[in-house]
Structure formats: C-alpha cells, structure tokens
Write a protein that binds this ligand. Structure first.
Ligand SMILES: [Zn+2]
Length: 129
C-alpha cells in the first residue's frame, strides 16, 4: 500500500479535516504527493509571482486556516502527463463522491487548468497570515 512522505503528511495536516479524510483514503489506492496545503501571505505572493497561482493572498482557498484547498499529484510527478493527471483527478472525485465530500477540481476551472488543485465547495474559514 502506498504511503505519504513526511513532507506530504505535514502539508496535508494544514488542510481541512474533510480534505485530510479524503486524501488519507486516496493514498491507500493511488500513490501521490501533497504539494501544497495552506499558503500564508508570503507563499501565496511567491506562487503568484512565479505563475503557479492566479490569486493574491486572500483570494485563494489555500489561504484559509485550515486550508480549504489541497494540491496533489500522482507519484512519480510528471507535469507532461495530462492524461495521468485527469485519471488521478477522476479517482479523487470518485472517492469524494463516495464519502459525500463536496469538492471541485482545478482541472474544471474555466480560464486556468489547475490539475493538482482540489477545493472544498461551500466552506469558509479564517484568513491567517
Ligand atoms: Zn491549489
């Protein structure tokens, strides 16, 4: 059975309990890596500046505490494998549906393909630097 690296576990712990529940199930079936959970102001602005995010601090679901979004990629990470990213997202969405966890995948965003991104729908939280 695949398992998360220490870094992935640390990142997942910054996420909403529902996202933790979801990805703790996903890892049992698909090897994957957690790239981001919570992003504070400095990390968010860095992500904006290098094009990894279209949002400034306060505009991303990653900025809430706990984080309402998680970025995850199938392992080994291959950004060119768009088909693999779609397949992984389909699996994650299926597990979420089974668990009754309302999530939206960044690959379904209208103006920006955000393949690793999954966020909770209908939740809000506290913004902390
Ligand atoms: Zn994201």
């Amino acid at each position: 059975m695949p398992s998360y690296s220490a870094k992935s576990i640390e990142r997942l712990k910054t996420c909403h309990p529902l996202l933790q529940d979801l990805f703790n199930e996903v890892i049992k079936h698909r090897d994957c890596s957690i790239l981001y959970g919570h992003r504070g102001r400095a990390e968010q602005e860095e992500a904006f500046n290098n094009g990894r995010s279209k949002a400034h601090f306060g505009q991303s679901q990653h900025n809430f505490t706990p984080s309402l979004a998680v970025d995850a990629m199938p392992w080994p990470i291959n950004w060119e494998d768009i088909k693999g990213i779609h397949e992984f997202a389909g699996f994650v969405l299926g597990v979420a549906a089974e668990k009754g966890i309302p999530i939206r995948w960044g690959g379904h965003f209208k103006n920006f393909f955000d393949g690793p991104h999954f966020e909770l729908i209908g939740y809000t939280g506290v913004l902390k630097e």
